[in-house]
Write a protein that binds this ligand. Structure first.
Ligand code: ZN
Length: 184
């Protein structure tokens, strides 16, 4: 099995770290004791060797986002099973978005837990736990600017850069390309 590590792609003037293709889940856990909270924190600490982990809040309510490098969700399901066996209140969502983040924030207020500062997309301002880097190079090939983007904004930058790179006469007018090429 070959593992494709995400690499930084250089397209036109922009260097874009491709959007990760793995699966993502958000876990909300209400703990009943400090021992239980420590147990949950240890579980997610250990996970850091197998996936990307971002803690959203701490206190009575613990919430984490986990991003795996593969698209199958076996590891994410395993985490849910362990949490449900350990804690009384567990909610899992298979994606991270503004709605789940608002729920985490509200539950933090209700339970007196602490919401940790979230990373935000430099383009649209949405919270993004695992941003992609979109960097622009100047004429000397040096990095002129760099932005941390959410998946949606990084994908748009990638699309724009690919379109800009393609010489006009070589643009294939069919399928998806037809739609892109006719925009403006
Ligand atoms: Zn964005």
């Amino acid at each position: 099995m070959t593992s494709r590590k995400p690499s930084v792609a250089a397209i036109g003037g922009e260097l874009i770290e491709p959007v990760p293709i793995g699966a993502r889940a958000v876990y909300l856990v209400e703990t009943r004791s400090q021992d239980e909270a420590r147990e949950v924190e240890r579980l997610f600490d250990e996970l850091e060797s197998r996936a990307r982990v971002c803690k959203l809040c701490e206190g009575k309510l613990l919430s984490y986002v986990v991003q795996t490098s593969r698209s199958d969700s076996a590891l994410l399901d395993e985490i849910e099973d362990v949490l449900k066996a350990t804690c009384g209140f567990v909610v899992t969502q298979g994606s991270f978005d503004e709605v789940i983040y608002r729920i985490v924030r509200e539950l933090c207020e209700d339970t007196g837990s602490t919401l940790l500062p979230a990373r935000e997309c430099d383009v649209c301002g949405r919270p993004e736990p695992f941003p992609s880097t979109v960097a622009t190079r100047n004429g000397k090939g040096l990095m002129a600017s760099s932005r941390q983007c959410c998946g949606g904004c990084a994908a748009k930058a990638m699309e724009r850069a690919e379109l800009a790179r393609r010489p006009l006469r070589n643009r294939q007018v069919r399928g998806k390309d037809a739609r892109l090429a006719t925009v403006r």
